[in-house]
Design a protein around this ligand. Structure first.
Ligand code: NAD
Length: 284
């Protein structure tokens, strides 16, 4: 029987640790503030934003929200971001993605100061990660590292295969696994003989965006399987991994829901609370 990696429990532990840290900071007179911007009212985004605000409240982070009309222009949004960049009382800025189609997402990401880029999407944050310098790390991949470490799964020297090369999951995930001294392979939609490659993995990370695509035919006996996918099907939520098929052959696996999902918000909170440490050199 595989070990079930409990993302709900691990994310709760992280949030409790952060809550303690925030209470100490408050005693020293420091308050952490996250600015959350949502443009338009996409229902999924509204739920994400609500959950992020709830997590802030639990930990003791002040959140200031900006709910902007769908018709907001790119210039207006960037103007607000710049205002927040310049405010000493704001530690982190989060723009809930996707933004409406008339706004260029890359321009918005670039407008956020790398010192406040708690999502870790700014080119400077990604660049810092790739050359091993300090900076914010994208929350979902950072959460996966915490899941592995806090489940006592060794990463060093292991064969890690990541399926997916997106900017928010696959690529930063590969860089983080490399930083942890794994031997890393990235697969994508043009990979030939996908199963041949994934069957080499000691740690297999599926961020492919296809419900239940990864069956036991893709998995080496005893591998650790991390499922990043989230899909809302009629029968309920599922991931990129066919859990019932894969669970009997692997040594550890994340469920959906309750695996990677809860870690993303926990790591966003981590980035906010640690913004001072992440920017240590700039603050000196
Ligand atoms: P994406 O669509 O941007 O990227 C998917 C990647 O999979 C691409 O790089 C593509 O090349 C690759 N791919 C597609 N079909 C393939 C195939 N047949 N064989 C091999 N590779 C293939 O998706 P994303 O943003 O990286 O997200 C991936 C999944 O993770 C989605 O289900 C998404 O909902 C979920 N997600 C979850 C969280 C979380 O907090 N748990 C966060 C982000 C994304």
């Amino acid at each position: 029987m595989a070990k079930i990696i409990d993302g709900k429990k691990i994310s709760a532990q992280i949030k409790d640790e952060l809550k303690e840290e925030v209470a100490k900071l408050k005693e020293e007179g420091t308050e952490i503030t996250l600015a959350v911007i949502q443009v338009g009212n996409d229902p999924a985004s509204t739920v994400y934003v609500r959950n992020k605000k709830k997590a802030c409240e639990y930990i003791g982070i002040r959140s200031v929200s900006y709910e902007l009309e769908e018709s907001t222009t790119e210039e207006e949004l960037i103007e607000l971001i710049e205002e927040l960049n310049n405010r000493d009382d704001v530690n982190g800025i989060l723009v809930q993605l996707p933004v409406p189609k008339h706004i260029n997402e890359d321009a918005v990401i670039k407008a956020i100061s790398p010192l406040k880029d708690v999502d870790g999407f700014h080119p400077q944050s990604v660049g810092a990660l790739s050359i091993g310098q300090k900076g914010y790390v994208s929350c979902t991949p950072a959460g996966i590292i915490q899941l592995l470490k806090r489940s006592d799964i060794d990463i060093e020297g292991k064969e890690c295969v990541i399926i997916g090369r997106s900017n928010i999951v696959g690529k930063p995930m590969a860089l983080l696994m490399l930083r942890e001294n794994a031997t890393v392979t990235i697969c994508h939609s043009r990979t030939k003989d996908l199963k041949e490659v994934t069957k080499r993995a000691d740690i297999l990370i599926a961020a492919v965006g296809k419900p239940k695509m990864i069956t036991k035919d893709y998995v080496k006996e005893g591998a650790v399987v991390i499922d990043v996918g989230i899909h809302r099907l009629e029968e309920g939520l599922c991931g990129d991994v066919d859990f019932d098929d894969v669970e009997p052959v692997c040594s550890a696996i994340t469920p959906v829901p309750g695996g990677v999902g809860p870690m993303t918000i926990a790591m966003l909170m981590y980035n906010c609370v640690n913004s001072r440490k992440i920017n240590e050199t700039e603050l000196k």
